[in-house]
Design a protein around this ligand. Structure first.
Ligand SMILES: [Zn+2]
Length: 414
């Protein structure tokens, strides 16, 4: 299980609704506890009985019914957790206090399971759809919940902290695919002609659909301005434009995801350029052909799958990767329009192919040179920046062990 946490941004009324839900959770938990305490031994209250009782509460208290039914169940489960912990301690005859369940007064969280909420398809937003009226919350955080399929989100919890409210997603990443280590390494060059070129000389073509839909988007966008302001037609046109946009971003996501999955499945190490997209886009002529958003997304998927498959994705600075000769190391200056690398040493390669080889070499150097870390302890921050730096010169199956913790930080669930 991986827990992704975001700070929630909302208005005052929404915060009140969250408080209300947290209180209801506590109410249900304590009521269930009371139900267990008041029952006789013969009743032999178990988890199922408590769960049934929570539906009785829903029938009797409108404010409980307003909370999503699975959230009510989750609250009842909290009571059962306390009870069963107590039973366990008794059974094991644990010395000292057995931890008889207590009523809770300081609950600070409410937990939804797989219903009662929906994620915005692209933006970092979540909407709570039950009758508590929490509504849509903005999620502030740098990681991306969208890289995980919605199905793998098993719980969503809102937690009150001293400095505000947080939304935690409990993601089931244990349905991990087991992927074999292949002993293969790859360098990627992001180019204009191709989506990427790898160090084996393979060119991944630019996705054609993007160009096609891009044209459609431009067309739909122009039509907005032809409609009169404030009229229904304009609203419709805007909506069509928004939907087209959504379509593009979904296609792009699918493409980036499938390519990245493929790369990380068939290689143990993947090195790519740390692209300064900002600088590149400044050149207006290139701007159109540079699939900047696509690359950024592709890169974050590479990192995601590297984590998932316990492999290594590494970014290196792109300096001179397109100029150096991969065979002898001589600088061979060339402009962007020169598509072939031709060196005095006799090395003739397609430009991007040569760059990809250099990128892979740079990555392996980076791993090897910063790898003295075993004798002198590197600080945590340094290790994180270096991403998966180890002492081994062989980049392979054992490297993942030295990887620092995931960049998608896990937080304790409570
Ligand atoms: Zn050369």
């Amino acid at each position: 299980m991986l827990v992704l946490e975001y700070k929630a941004k909302a208005n005052k009324a929404q915060y009140q609704a969250i408080e209300e839900s947290i209180k209801t959770t506590q109410f249900v938990r304590n009521k269930c506890l009371r139900y267990w305490m008041d029952s006789s031994k013969e009743d032999s209250i178990n988890n199922a009985a408590i769960s049934r009782y929570s539906t009785v509460l829903r029938a009797n208290f409108p404010f409980v019914a307003a909370l999503n039914s699975m959230a009510v169940q989750a609250a009842a489960e909290r009571a059962w957790l306390a009870i069963s912990r107590f039973y366990d301690n008794c059974k094991k005859a644990k010395p000292g206090k057995k931890g008889f369940p207590r009523f809770q007064h300081d609950n600070r969280s409410v937990e939804y399971k797989t219903s009662g909420w929906s994620l915005h398809p692209t933006k970092r937003r979540i909407t709570f759809t039950d009758k508590k009226g929490i509504g849509e919350l903005k999620l502030m955080g740098k990681w991306d919940i969208h890289t995980h399929p919605v199905k793998s989100v098993k719980r969503v919890r809102i937690v009150r902290r001293a400095d505000g409210y947080y939304v935690q997603f409990c993601v089931d990443v244990e349905c991990k695919e087991t992927v074999q280590f292949t002993g293969q390494e790859i360098g990627l060059d992001f180019g204009l002609e191709h989506f990427y070129t790898d160090s084996n000389g393979y060119h991944e073509p630019n996705p054609r659909f993007l160009r096609k839909t891009e044209k459609q988007v431009k067309h739909v966008q122009r039509r907005i301005y032809k409609k009169e302001k404030g009229k229904n037609g304009r609203k419709k046109a805007r909506n069509r434009y928004a939907r087209k946009h959504l379509k593009i971003s979904r296609q792009r996501t699918e493409h980036a995801k499938s390519r990245a999955r493929h790369v990380m499945r068939s290689n143990d190490l993947c090195v790519y350029e740390n692209l300064q997209v900002k600088n590149m886009v400044r050149n207006h002529h290139l701007a159109k052909s540079i699939n900047d958003a696509g690359w950024r997304q592709f890169r974050s998927y590479l990192e995601y799958f590297a984590q998932k498959y316990r492999k290594v994705a590494l970014a290196v600075e792109p300096h001179y990767t397109s100029q150096e000769c991969p065979k002898c190391g001589t600088m061979v200056k060339k402009s962007l329009s020169t598509r072939t690398h031709t060196c005095k040493c006799g090395c003739v390669l397609q430009r991007d192919y040569a760059a990809a080889i250099n990128i892979l070499r740079k990555g392996k150097e980076k791993i090897a040179t910063s790898g003295h870390g075993e004798s002198k302890p590197t600080s945590k921050k340094k290790a994180r920046n270096a991403r998966g730096v180890g002492s081994s010169t062989h980049v392979g199956a054992n490297l993942h062990k030295q990887l620092p913790t995931l960049s998608l930080e896990s937080h304790g669930f409570l």
